[in-house]
Ligand binder design. Structure first.
Ligand SMILES: Nc1ncnc2c1ncn2[C@@H]1O[C@H](COP(=O)(O)OP(=O)(O)OP(=O)(O)O)[C@@H](O)[C@H]1O
Ligand SMILES: [Mg+2]
Length: 508
């Protein structure tokens, strides 16, 4: 008596199918699971036995052998409980097996037979769909996560009994179409923090607009209380809305991290992650025995905001360099190498020195040159070089405090950002990226052409500020974004000049 059922697992952000064979034999009763199971999988024996009994079905004493294949991959987690239980029941003949071949099953069992949610449902559902499966029998609590996956029918089950009833043809779930991408976007973008609340700082607001439009990294430096944190916290309000592909990529990461809020099928808002400076390198980059995405991946297609950048330990900051360049994080483990996407926009703030008043026209700086040097050296040159936009946020002038004029609202700024992003999407249609900041060097040549006067200007800037080759290309990308905001097909001198000016944060 042999039954075969299929289940799912994931590594990194990719799901794959797992074959489960259940054999019932005679002899001394036993229950063995083979095929590289981890502890949680081995404990499935006790949960499966109790769940079958408590679902009103009989659990005969048999010699049960369960084999998980492919045998060379370590099987983790508790999601195989439901398929193992159904395999046992199918081998006994308690459930019909016509639909088993077309289906995949996943879910953790509680002792009373109810089915508990699992992490990574979205990526596993995509794998099941790609394998051509017809039904996905999954925990009801995970249903929302898979509603965006078309081409496979979800069968959400509350308990083991329902799964049996489905296989026996006595029950089909009533699903309503909750897939309404776009419908909730407006609600998701409701704001409580508006850029109109920030007085003055017009240059910084413009820089944020450019950064948001093209996905560029931005660094704000200035004295205490000038509004840096306030400005950065208002970035989410001007970020462009997500396209469906981006939303799915983000949701996959949150799904494997087990971080999707219940009832959330699709993340429809760009992430804004602001980890504290006590965060470890592993927390930032991801890792762990079973690798989980870190802050850089959770900020994929969104913003990673590092407030008070020099307060982060230097070795923590240095791990950011690779993902900032490659747009992904690679984590090597003894058995395998995984990678998580990490295309994020880095926003950071810092004071110019420990007391914060270096170069302040009104207040003297009380730091010694050594202190200043030590403070600034916490951020390495290579990391600083990755900030496309570096601006000073000076203290407010008195007259700016009581100016009655209200600045532009986040809503108005976002309209321009959206338009610029639409131009970029059209430009990069068919490619695997969506904004200017992610352009490959080949595409920079193609889309960021300068006229002779522009080339001259950029050459002079490179000499004057002794810019690196990286800075050169990053200036071109920023100039492309500024031209997009200006609805210009070509990069003109004023666009380029503005981009260059964002590179000239005073070195002290
Ligand atoms: N431009 C501004 N318009 C309106 N309020 C401001 C402005 N700048 C600062 N404030 C007020 O000052 C408070 C502190 O600002 P914020 O925390 O952004 O300063 P910061 O530049 O991050 O300073 P620090 O370097 O000390 O972190 C804000 O909560 C706000 O109430
Ligand atoms: Mg601050």
């Amino acid at each position: 008596m042999l039954a075969k059922v299929e289940s799912l697992a994931f590594a990194g952000i990719d799901g794959y199918l797992v074959q489960i064979e259940v054999d019932l034999g005679g002899g001394i009763p036993s229950f063995e699971i083979v095929g590289l199971p981890d502890l949680a999988v081995r404990e499935a024996r006790d949960r499966v036995r109790a769940a079958i009994k408590n679902s009103g079905l009989e659990f005969y004493f048999h010699r049960i052998t369960v084999n998980l294949a492919p045998a060379n991959i370590k099987k983790e987690g508790s999601g195989f409980d439901l398929p193992i239980a159904l395999g046992v029941l199918a081998a006994k003949g308690d459930v019909r097996d016509e639909k088993i071949g077309d289906s995949v099953f996943i879910g953790e069992l509680a002792l009373d037979g109810s089915v508990r949610p699992v992490a990574g449902m979205l990526v596993m559902a995509l794998a099941a769909r790609d394998a051509g499966k017809k039904y996905l029998v999954l925990p009801a609590a995970n249903l929302n996560e898979v509603l965006v996956v078309t081409g496979i029918e979800p069968i959400p089950v509350e308990n083991l009994h329902q799964a049996c009833e489905f296989l026996n043809g006595n029950w089909v779930p009533q699903l309503f179409d909750a897939n309404s991408f776009g419908g909730q976007v407006a609600a998701a973008l409701e704001l409580d923090e508006d850029l109109a609340d920030v007085r003055g700082q017009e240059q910084a607001k413009r820089a944020l607009e450019v950064a948001a439009a093209g996905g560029h990294n931005i660094m704000m430096a200035g004295p205490p209380g000038s509004g840096k944190t306030m400005l950065a916290r208002r970035l989410p309000g001007i970020l462009p809305t997500l396209c469906l592909e981006e939303a799915i990529e983000i949701t996959k990461i949150y799904s494997v991290g087990g971080l999707l809020a219940p009832g959330n099928s699709l993340i429809q808002k760009r992430p804004f992650r602001a980890p504290h400076h006590t965060t470890s390198a592993a927390g930032l980059i991801g890792g762990g025995r079973i690798p989980r995405p870190g802050e850089v991946s959770l900020a994929h297609h969104g913003v990673l905001f590092l407030d008070e950048l020099p307060e982060f330990p230097r070795e923590v900051l240095e791990v950011l360099r690779q993902p900032l360049e490659d747009g992904k994080v690679t984590i090597a483990r003894a058995a395998s190498t995984l990678s998580f996407p990490a295309h994020f926009m880095l926003a950071a703030s810092m004071n110019p020195c420990p007391c914060g008043f270096l170069n302040d026209p009104y207040k003297a700086c009380s730091c010694s040159p050594v202190q200043i040097q030590r403070y600034q050296s916490r951020i390495s040159g290579p990391l600083m070089d990755r900030f496309d936009i570096q601006i000073e946020v000076p203290r407010l002038q008195e007259y700016e405090y009581d100016s009655v004029q209200r600045g532009e609202s986040s809503y108005e700024i976002r309209q321009r950002v959206e338009k610029a992003r639409l131009r970029q999407r059209a430009r990069f249609a068919g490619k695997s990226y969506y904004c200017n900041a992610q352009m490959s060097s080949k595409d920079i040549k193609k889309y960021c052409e300068l006229d002779p006067a522009g080339r001259d200007l950029l050459r002079q800037a490179v000499q004057r500020f002794s810019l690196s080759a990286r800075a050169y290309y990053r200036i071109l990308k920023v100039a492309r974004t500024i031209a997009d905001l200006d609805e210009s097909a070509t990069i003109e001198i004023p666009h380029l000049a503005e981009a260059i000016q964002y590179r000239s944060l005073k070195e002290n």
